[in-house]
Design a protein around this ligand. Structure first.
Ligand code: ZN
Length: 338
């Protein structure tokens, strides 16, 4: 990858504004830390984008020392955090979940660098979710069983997506209602619901969260992935070159979106043992326009015969439902913690 010469520190204002609130917190742990923790991060311009050195990011978040000791990979692990990344790749491992970044990890000047946007919109919300606490209760959730009616979604050898998403949504609804949440489904039967009506529900019900449920298809792939909207200016994960990178109404929930996606993707991959295909970014209609934190879960591939067989089992769908509900409740707890 090509890059320009680093052009000096440009981030002091940015560092002061966005990170000042935690400087004191980190200062408290300095005494026991083996490494010096900086109180701000410095971004450098490479090509058209701003990047921050991984070494500095690790020091800032108190992630300890890189255990790999090679130029093209880095691995950090402490009792509270984990970060693994590799040069030229957009996927990283962050606290037990794969995440797809807006730009590949850069190797330059003998160091690894991560885009500033990815520090702000992926690393920070996942490493410090307590900063997202908003006060009001997370009470009403809109669950969206994908497809329905004349829109059948994808299909496996002996399954239809629209039926399985409805089944799964009802199980998640039952589990969340049992925990005291107010749950609204965008459809409770096999009917066609236009996408604008699905996000319309979010506004009409004053929802605090939106979770759309789907099953996947595609080649020999298997596993689970969770989507949220990319931040403004970032490509989607499967960039086809035609991406519209402009801000969407949902972008004001960027940090909550990724934390919700992290919670749900983590409980899902742990509970099922399915391949963790990661937290991905796409400007799906329902993610663009939901006016609350929103994710879209692809809970497995109907095109993979072994995975389809698992999904067709009631006990496996129970497992999926419980994991999704647990992830949502973890999110709720973080947001409401005193
Ligand atoms: Zn679908």
């Amino acid at each position: 990858m090509s890059f320009c010469t680093a052009k000096g520190e440009i981030v002091l204002v940015f560092a002061g504004r966005l990170f000042a609130s935690v400087t004191g917190l980190f200062a408290l742990s300095l005494a026991s830390a083996a490494l010096v923790q900086p109180s701000s991060l410095k971004a450098y311009r490479f090509g058209g984008s701003k990047y921050i050195s991984i070494t500095e990011v690790a020091a800032y978040y108190g992630l300890g020392r890189d255990v790999r000791g090679v130029v093209d990979r880095a691995e950090y692990k402490t009792s509270f955090a984990q970060l693994e990344l590799q040069a030229d790749r957009r996927d990283i491992l962050l606290n037990g979940v794969n995440h797809w970044l807006s730009a590949p990890i850069l190797v330059a000047r003998g160091r690894l660098w991560i885009a500033e946007l990815d520090v702000l919109k992926t690393l920070d919300p996942v490493l410090r979710p307590e900063r997202l606490r908003s006060g009001p209760q997370v009470r009403t959730i809109v669950l969206d069983p994908g497809h329905g009616g004349s829109d059948r979604g994808t299909r496996g050898r002996s399954s239809r997506e629209k039926e399985l998403t409805l089944d799964l949504a009802k199980r998640v609804e039952r589990d969340l209602a049992a925990s005291g949440m107010h749950v609204v489904l965008t459809r409770a039967s096999d009917k066609t619901v236009p996408l604008e009506n699905r996000v319309g529900f979010v506004r009409a019900k004053g929802a605090d969260l939106f979770v759309s449920l789907h099953f996947n298809s595609g080649g020999p792939a298997s596993g689970i992935e969770t989507y949220c909207a990319p931040p403004a200016g970032a490509d989607s994960t499967a960039n086809t070159g035609s991406d519209d990178r402009e801000a969407t109404p949902n972008n004001r929930f960027d940090e909550q979106n990724v934390w919700l996606a992290q919670c749900v993707q983590k409980t899902l991959s742990r509970a099922t043992g399915a391949v963790d295909r990661g937290v991905r970014r796409a400007r799906f209609y329902v993610l663009r326009y939901a006016n609350c934190p929103a994710i879209l879960v692809e809970a497995g591939f109907l095109s993979s015969p072994p995975e389809e067989q698992r999904i067709l089992r009631t006990d496996y769908r129970e497992l999926l439902a419980k994991a999704i509900a647990d992830g949502i409740l973890t999110y709720k707890k973080t947001m409401e913690a005193p």
